[in-house]
Design a protein around this ligand. Structure first.
Ligand code: SAH
Length: 371
């Protein structure tokens, strides 16, 4: 097993209160028996939280009032308090600002995409894995404030449960719906918070009434390319979708756009993603922010296309979203189209991501969580 270098460890602070979602099934049963209660109470509580998406113990009427108060106090402490939310796209994109137990702020973004021919409706939540981020990519707002701390498993899972609850209760225009996708593309570098991320993934995909039962392929973990962690993830028996934030096909430029490239370069990151793809049988995504006159030259498109053509990869171009303190902006549309054309010419599948949430600073790279 490879352990991650210490440089990725967040500063230590008071731990968040223990929550049901931090524990696996055995752990929940043990926690309940430690309280002198029968183990099945853990399953009952899990069904409320994961199955019915209930966090208000008063609604758990199959438990006596005294019992529900005790269980809620011990295993369902509030982890996320909504400070506010902002909406755009007629309410179908909603960014929530959450306060954690120690006052730390994080954001998540819920997006509902109506069904279109051949595609069912999609409801996606973009969640944070850390408060802040230590990766220091100069075009990303989250990177500018540095890393505050890792989120706990419960704090990650609870963002997803809150999104599933809002969807199920019809709080997003379009009526009650089912959360279908989770992307770890909010604040933070998910693979720098490895063990909590993996535990959260297990809760999200657990098909029992004590888990959320999301499909693995509809969960995407996005990384700057922490090679030892990608390698480790390939051996977890999971097959969630991997996304790699490449942003440049050459080391010279990538060293400046994604500083961790000086540690694991383009070739090493792609080799690790290939091994992940081989292990899981899943195509991976290459994320590439289109930054005017920085990484959008035709020769870079050709280089990227040549690198990716033989690989099980798909390119997601993201028009750069503006961030405070940066003069960079998105590539002009004709430049973007030429970039796409050159990739397609080499047989590389490519999509251009829509930039939902820009108006509320909720698009990729804009999450900064200022109170
Ligand atoms: N740390 C992880 C996940 C968070 S960011 C990662 O880097 O992959 C999710 C995606 O948004 C990444 O591809 C990131 O590079 C991209 N991104 C960051 N800032 C952006 C910006 N200003 N405009 C467009 N995309 C951006």
């Amino acid at each position: 097993m490879t352990s991650l270098p210490l440089v990725f460890d967040a500063p230590k602070r008071g731990l968040p209160p223990r929550h049901l979602a931090d524990l696996d099934e055995a752990g929940r049963r043990a926690a309940v028996t430690d309280l002198g209660l029968p183990a099945f109470r853990a399953d009952q509580l899990s069904r409320h939280y994961f199955g019915r998406l209930e966090n208000d113990s008063a609604a758990m009427t199959d438990l006596s009032p005294a019992l529900r108060d005790q269980l809620a106090a011990e295993l369902l402490p509030p982890l996320l308090t909504e400070v506010r939310h902002l909406e755009t796209d007629a309410g179908t994109t909603r960014k929530s600002l959450w306060r954690l137990h120690d006052g730390t702020l994080v954001e998540s973004v819920l997006m509902r995409y109506p069904a279109r021919t051949g595609h069912p409706e999609r409801i996606t939540v973009c969640v944070s894995s850390q408060a802040g981020c230590g990766m220091a990519c100069p075009f990303c707002a989250t990177g500018q404030g540095g890393l505050k701390r890792n989120l706990s498993t419960g704090e990650i899972v609870d963002q997803v449960v809150a999104a599933a609850r809002d969807s199920a209760r019809g709080e997003i225009p379009g009526g009650p719906g089912r959360l279908s996708n989770v992307v770890f593309m909010g604040m933070g570098e998910p693979l720098a918070n490895y063990s909590r991320l993996v535990a959260a993934l297990r809760r999200l995909i657990d098909p029992s009434p004590a888990g959320l039962g999301l499909s693995q392929r509809s969960i995407t973990v996005s990384t700057v390319g922490l090679v030892p962690a990608i390698d480790k993830l390939a051996n977890e028996g999971l097959n969630v979708t991997l996304a790699v934030s490449l942003h440049a096909p050459d080391d010279e430029l990538r060293n400046t756009l994604v500083p961790v490239n000086t540690r694991w370069n383009v070739a090493e990151v792609l080799a690790s993603a290939d091994a992940y793809a081989a292990r899981t049988g899943r195509r991976y995504s290459i994320e590439y922010a289109m930054i005017r006159d920085i990484n959008d030259q035709p020769w870079r498109a050709d280089l990227l296309g040549d690198l990716l053509a033989p690989r099980l990869a798909h390119v997601n171009l993201i028009p750069l979203n503006p961030t405070p303190g940066s003069d960079w902006d998105a590539s002009p549309k004709p430049v973007e189209r030429e970039f796409v054309r050159r990739l397609e010419q080499r047989g590389v599948p490519v999509t251009v991501r829509d930039t939902r949430g820009r108006e509320i600073d909720g698009a990729c790279g804009q999450l900064a969580a200022s109170g």
